[in-house]
Write a protein that binds this ligand. Structure first.
Ligand SMILES: [Zn+2]
Length: 428
């Protein structure tokens, strides 16, 4: 029996993942089947709270070899590969809606809870991660599958809740989340930053741990939520080892989630037109020199291989990533990934591959006259003339620009990456 939840948090307090802990507590006589799912949906939706994460668990009577995937106080949380019996749907709805009622931040969110004995079609997840789904479409799916739901306010969270159940992990990563003792919520977190800096080298299968450019430990939330920290990676056992390597206050509980973080599943690669509120891969040619707007945002014009001209931007928070965009030249071949924004239809660059660098020429000096002197410029775009013998020339002496970028992938620093964006580390 799947339980999906979404949109229960507020901008700086609570966290939907914490409700999973409370849900597990609410069903002590049932087992977890598989791992809890942390599913990031379309990051371009305008009303997301923070990372647009939806969550789901599957409960039943466990069968097969179980694995420990977390601790609740002194109690181990076990996960089983299969189930041989399911709880009563109405009872699950009743108990689970009490959890949502108790913990959801009703003033800030539109919580949704769905109970499904069958998974919706996988296509529902694909729609939810790449486009904007309507709640009515999701309600129809819940009804067709004989599911139940509970909602607060406008219940928009039902869209994510149902989509999280529909997700079939193919490319997948894991996140280990640790939660603080209740009395510490809102106080400063006690944790060794030094050890977080070492995570990437000690546990190479983990990613997005520390932002060395901004000197910021990315595994620690900056809000007052119950999370102590969350480590992401490709190997669940490595995440447990990584957790044990970090000296910190003692967490009240910890739990492993299977996730679609770091997978790029929000990117549409096969497209004819670019629409706002979706994210795309665009392969094409740079058709002008980059320019910088006030605020430090760097823009470039592109023409895609299927003939669409567009502007793409690296915004100020992407910091040094903008220097890569500034170094692009007319004729370079690139692959850019990012969200198309509603205002002006600009593509917000999340990641860039330089496929091929075009030869770029820069002025070396004014032309040299037959009489041996350097010519002088007559005026902008009017050419050059020798002051002595009046010989004219149109072009300066040019030389091949030595480029400071090379072919390959570039990405912004850890703090300005999307949760769902695939880190370059996972692409090699
Ligand atoms: Zn001359």
């Amino acid at each position: 029996m799947f339980i999906g939840i979404d949109d229960t948090d507020s901008p700086n307090y609570m966290c939907t993942t914490f409700l999973i802990i409370e849900l597990i507590k609410a069903f002590p006589e049932w087992d977890l089947i598989g791992m809890p799912r942390l599913v990031r949906l379309n990051p371009a939706v305008p009303w997301k709270t923070r990372g647009n994460a939806a969550l789901a668990i599957n409960i039943g009577r466990g069968k097969g070899d179980c694995r420990m995937i977390g601790m609740l106080g002194n109690r181990s949380i076990l996960s089983y590969p299969r189930s041989y019996s399911e709880p009563n749907q109405e009872e699950v709805l009743e108990r689970a809606s009490c959890v949502v009622e108790k913990w959801a931040q009703k003033d800030y969110s539109d919580p949704g809870l769905v109970i499904l004995s069958k998974q919706p079609e996988e296509s529902l997840y694909h729609q939810a991660v790449t486009t904007i789904l309507e709640k009515d479409d999701v309600l129809r799916v819940i009804k067709e599958l004989g599911g139940d739901y509970f909602q607060l306010n406008n219940g928009r969270g039902l869209i994510g809740a149902t989509s999280a159940v529909a997700w079939r992990p193919k490319d997948r990563t894991y996140e280990l989340l640790t939660y603080r003792h209740r009395e510490l919520w809102g106080t400063e977190r006690v944790i060794s930053e030094q050890e977080i800096r070492l995570l990437d080298s000690r546990y190479p299968s983990t990613f997005n741990n520390f932002d060395f450019e901004n000197e910021h430990p990315a595994i620690i939330p900056h809000t007052n939520c119950p999370i102590l920290y969350g480590i992401r990676g490709d190997s669940a056992p490595d995440l447990i080892m990584a957790m044990l390597s970090i000296p910190s206050e003692i967490p009240e509980s910890w739990l492993l989630f299977i996730t679609n973080q770091g997978t790029d599943e929000h990117i549409i690669t096969d497209w004819k037109t670019l629409r706002p509120f979706s994210s795309y891969e665009v392969v094409g040619e740079v058709i002008g020199e980059p320019w910088t707007l006030r605020g430090g945002h760097v823009f470039i014009s592109l023409k895609s291989d299927n003939g669409i001209e567009l502007e793409a931007a690296a915004y100020e928070p992407t910091k040094s990533f903008r220097n890569v965009i500034r170094e692009l030249r007319r004729g370079d071949r690139v692959r850019v990934l990012g969200e198309v924004r509603e205002d002006y239809g600009t593509l917000n660059i999340e990641k860039l591959e330089v496929i091929q660098l075009a030869p770029s020429y820069i002025k070396k000096s004014n032309p040299i006259c037959a009489c041996g002197r350097y010519m002088k410029s007559i005026g902008t775009n009017q050419g050059y003339r020798c002051r002595v013998c009046s010989t004219r020339a149109d072009e300066a002496i040019m030389e091949l620009e030595k480029r400071s970028i090379h072919t390959g992938w570039y990405e912004p620093p850890v703090c300005s990456r999307r949760h769902i964006s695939k880190p370059i580390k996972r692409m090699l």
